[in-house]
Design a protein around this ligand. Structure first.
Ligand SMILES: CC(=O)SCCNC(=O)CCNC(=O)[C@H](O)C(C)(C)COP(=O)(O)OP(=O)(O)OC[C@H]1O[C@@H](n2cnc3c(N)ncnc32)[C@H](O)[C@@H]1OP(=O)(O)O
Ligand SMILES: O=C(O)CCC(=O)C(=O)O
Length: 382
């Protein structure tokens, strides 16, 4: 089974407070996502007005392989705007929880049923492909969602999105709930997870294990509040933890992450899983000792798979194997008896400077140890 990706960097990603992409940035990100092989790009919200409609038109014109979908409320005016944007697919969202229906909108479940049914009919009559999103599904009554999805499936909905809008799902309970849902209403289901408790990727994987075949992701997890499930994490976890085929160009993730980080003005953390600058660095003595024998000892996959390379760095936690390896790499020679004192100086240097040592730093420390060894003993006092 191949899992399909609907990337929403340009919709939910851009909803991150303070983030606003220009038209050029949106087109560039869409083209990069397309080149990376995502199946569908959720490119924006036509109801926002003429500016967004024009950007959507440009994205539709620029993307070659992926489908482009416009996000809509369950409102005919949003569908009008989507048609004006030139997309052939719309994603129409209806709040599913009573909290959202009653408290936020002052509406009932009957209203939701009537409204989304009318929108789906309207959209299909206009020749649009329609997916339906259940907003706040994780806090909704499962029976309501199941019944409504069953009714809508008969109207030609291409897939359903189950949204954990405020990130409150937990992977184990989610798996049970979603498996029952897929059994009751077979067909494509998409998971849209938020990361408020740091569980967006875990919940996305759990949904796939439950039978969901589409995942909603954003580059680096950009999105409302704590964000969404990061495309790079979900793709690598599907491939390596579930051993599912992932046909995306995973080497594109790192340049894509930098493109989005720049456009979003949100620096990429060095330790960001898969795409951070330093996630393939090793410093600890035991790790470097192992990696020198077999990288798999301390790496879950080959960094080359995402266009990265491993670095062995010298720091406070280094051991002799790392020091010897880096001395060899930099063409520095020293007898084995010097290794222990060199490691001691490496620790002290890293603690003082709070960064990995360069080749020149190491050379200077090796020289210091050699000088201390060969220096004549100081004369005793007195
Ligand atoms: C969980 C999510 O991420 S949902 C997506 C959220 N994204 C955004 O809100 C970003 C873009 N949004 C916007 O630009 C604006 O909110 C617009 C253009 C959609 C609407 O703007 P406004 O007409 O000024 O409405 P406003 O933002 O104040 O309130 C939201 C409106 O949408 C309605 N609404 C909210 N969700 C839905 C829905 N799924 N279906 C139908 N109507 C909905 C609300 O009832 C409210 O309409 P009302 O004022 O007629 O009662
Ligand atoms: O598209 C949907 O249906 C869900 C909208 C969303 O972003 C969310 O609920 O978090």
């Amino acid at each position: 089974m191949e899992v399909r990706f609907c990337d929403t960097t340009l919709r939910d990603g851009e909803q991150t407070p303070g983030v606003a992409f220009t038209a050029e940035e949106k087109v560039a990100i869409a083209v990069a996502l397309d080149a990376a092989g995502v199946h569908q790009i959720e490119a924006g919200i036509p109801a926002m007005g003429p500016g967004e409609i024009e950007v959507l038109r440009r994205v539709v014109g620029a993307v070659e392989r992926a489908g482009v979908v416009a996000w809509c409320r369950a409102d005919q005016r949003d569908l009008d705007a989507a048609v004006a944007s030139g997309v052939s697919a719309v994603h129409v969202t209806i709040p599913a929880s009573d909290l959202h229906l009653r408290v936020k909108l002052g509406k009932t479940r009957a209203w939701a049923r009537e409204r989304i049914t009318a929108c789906v009919r309207d959209a299909t009559d206009r020749g649009l492909l329609v997916s339906v999103g259940f907003e706040d599904a994780s806090r909704a009554d499962d029976a309501f969602v199941t019944d409504l999805a069953g009714e809508l499936r008969g109207l030609g909905v291409t897939r359903f999105r189950w949204a954990d809008t405020v990130g409150v799902a937990n992977p184990i309970a989610l798996h049970t709930r979603l498996r029952a849902l897929v059994e009751a209403v077979p067909g494509p289901w998409e998971i849209h997870a938020h990361d408020d408790f740091g569980l967006a990727t875990a919940n996305t994987i759990a949904a796939v294990q439950a039978g969901f075949t589409w995942v909603s992701t954003t580059v680096t997890g950009l999105g409302e509040r704590a964000g969404n499930a990061p495309i790079e994490e979900v793709a690598m976890a599907l491939r390596h933890l579930l051993e599912l085929p992932v046909e995306l160009d995973t080497a594109a993730f790192r340049p894509l992450a930098r493109l989005v980080a720049g456009a979003a003005r949100r620096p990429l953390p060095a330790g960001k899983a898969v795409v951070g600058d330093e996630v393939f660095d090793h410093e600890s003595g035991i790790h470097v000792h192992g990696v020198l024998r077999a990288p798999a000892t301390y790496e879950p996959f080959d960094p080359a798979e995402v266009g990265a390379s491993r670095r062995l760095v010298l720091g406070k936690h280094s051991g002799r194997a790392a020091v010897r390896h880096l001395m060899d790499r930099h063409g520095i020679d020293a007898p084995d008896e010097d290794l222990e004192p060199i490691v001691g100086l490496v620790r002290a240097h890293a603690t003082t400077h709070k960064q990995p040592l360069s080749g020149d730093d190491l050379r200077a420390l090796v020289r210091r140890v050699a000088t201390g060894r060969t220096a004549p003993p100081t004369a005793p006092r007195g």
